[in-house]
Structures are given as structure tokens and as C-alpha cells.
Design a protein around this ligand. Structure first.
Ligand code: SF4
Length: 87
């Protein structure tokens, strides 16, 4: 993908503001790819093929297999984090 294409932007459903594709590639845990990248970019370009060709196979497979956590699990995790901060 050419440089200018990585700078394309769109509204992020998680943050509410505009973000670049470059940001989406590095905003996950340990600067990894955001787990929503397929959902967010498939209408703009062939993001599946791009990531297949530009990520190590193991990372691509992990991303392709990742599923959003159920909301209740996220709430449980937030409650546990808050509990740890208080203790
Ligand atoms: S891929 Fe992630 S960071 Fe990028 S727009 Fe979607 S939710 Fe936001």
C-alpha cells in the first residue's frame, strides 16, 4: 500500500473521532493491529488482502480469528481492574 493510502481517514466507532489507517494498524495491545480493522475498512479498500500480504502469517491468523469480547466480559474486566486500583 502506498504511503498516502495509509493516511486515509475515517470515523472510529470506538473513539468517535477521525483516525488514519496507519493508526488502526498500531493502536492495539503492544502496538498491534486493532481487532476491528476488518469491519472498519473493508468498504474503503481490500483490507483483508493488504493485511494478509503485510503481516506475519501468525499475526494475520490471530487477527482473523479474533472475535469481539462479549460486552458482559468487558464489564467484568473493568470491574476487576477498578477493584485492583482500590486495593
Ligand atoms: S480499526 Fe479500530 S481504531 Fe481503527 S477505526 Fe476501527 S475501531 Fe477505530
Amino acid at each position: 500500500m502506498k504511503e498516502f493510502e495509509e493516511n486515509i481517514e475515517q470515523r472510529c466507532p470506538r473513539l468517535g473521532g477521525r483516525v488514519s489507517f496507519r493508526y488502526c494498524k498500531t493502536m492495539g495491545d503492544d502496538h498491534s493491529v486493532c481487532w476491528k480493522i476488518f469491519d472498519c475498512w473493508w468498504e474503503r479498500f481490500d483490507v483483508v488482502n493488504y493485511l494478509k500480504n503485510n503481516l506475519p502469517k501468525e499475526k494475520y491468523d490471530m487477527l482473523a480469528d479474533s472475535k469481539p469480547k462479549p460486552k458482559v466480559m468487558t464489564l467484568v474486566e473493568l470491574a476487576e481492574k477498578a477493584k485492583k486500583r482500590v486495593l
